[in-house]
Design a protein around this ligand. Structure first.
Ligand code: GUN
Length: 291
């Protein structure tokens, strides 16, 4: 079998198109422009790339984009003061603090200082609790993008066996919760899991979110299963020329694609969906704020 490639780039463009239409209506009918503030502390190169890309796409769908770039040695008090100011700003409907933060800053404290209604990442403890109890919440963007692709491909995932590899607060845990809320049977695997290969072989849906390049080989995949690859790992690629690099996921693409029924590529799979979902969450936050 050769897997159907789930085109996240095309899907994300469609989602952004719907967001842009919604933004147009909010402006025309209500005089409201949704606003997203992104806060970046320090100079992590990968974070800078993400933040630039988020800002560009926010503007492209017609929303207001505000970026706050703070020095790596910014104090916790100064960061909390900025968040407080953004919480009170009526033109800002979504706030995202790019992670990871420099070590001297308490990530939990910072995230939980964001107004939960503006927490477009869905990381605030009250949004985590709402998601965990199946209530209306802000849903973390990467798992939401994965779920949208799964629903689009399968229609319903009710009763399917799903394995999530990785237990991070950003992806693994909310992903498992979303799959469970859609009535899949969910296993969360992680670095201490025994017989990982056997567990993955039973799954109709495999979501790989471990951050280890190409760690899932094709012979772990049940024939016909759907593979969602959340990993974005940069590897040296001397075969492409001196100093060149390439992006690979957490699954070994070629061997998995030979067995799977459907698979997301890296790049062009989950990545674009994450930003599209961030924009969609910002519109949702704006609509909720304005009744
Ligand atoms: N760093 C890596 N992924 C994310 C994300 O989804 N949100 C935030 N805020 N930081 C991240």
């Amino acid at each position: 079998m050769t897997a159907t490639v789930i085109d996240g780039k095309e899907f994300a463009a469609r989602v952004r198109g719907q967001v842009a239409e919604h933004v147009d209506r909010l402006k025309a009918d209500h005089g409201i422009t949704p606003g997203l503030a992104v806060v970046l502390v320090g100079e992590d190169p990968a974070s800078q790339v993400y933040v630039r890309s988020k800002g560009k796409m926010t503007v492209e769908v017609g929303m207001k984009s505000v970026e706050h770039r703070l020095e790596a040695d910014t104090s916790e008090a100064d960061l909390l003061a900025l968040i407080d100011q953004l919480n009170k700003d009526a033109e800002i409907h979504g706030i995202l603090v790019q992670l990871p933060l420099p070590k001297h800053l308490n990530e939990d404290l910072v995230i939980n200082s964001i107004d939960p209604a503006k927490d477009v990442d869905g990381f605030h403890i009250s949004n985590v609790g709402l998601l965990g109890t199946g209530q209306k919440s802000m849903v973390p963007c990467t798992p939401l993008g994965c779920l949208m692709m799964l629903r689009d491909h399968h229609g319903s995932i009710s009763g399917m066996d799903a394995v999530v590899i990785g237990r991070s607060n950003i992806v693994g845990k909310p992903m498992a919760q979303l799959l469970l809320n859609d009535s899949a049977t969910v296993t969360i695997a992680h670095s201490r899991t025994k017989d990982l290969a056997e567990i993955v072989r039973r799954a109709d849906i495999v979501v790989a979110a471990v951050g280890r390049p190409e760690m899932v080989p094709g012979d772990w995949i049940k024939p016909g299963a759907t593979v969602i690859d959340v990993g974005i790992n940069r590897l040296d690629a001397p075969e492409r020329g001196a100093g060149k690099t390439k992006l690979v996921g957490d699954v070994d693409y070629d061997s998995c694609a030979a067995v799977a029924g459907a698979i997301t590529p890296v790049p062009g799979g989950v990545g674009p969906m994450t930003i599209a979902c961030l924009l969609a969450n910002t519109v949702t936050a704006c609509c909720r704020a304005n009744g």
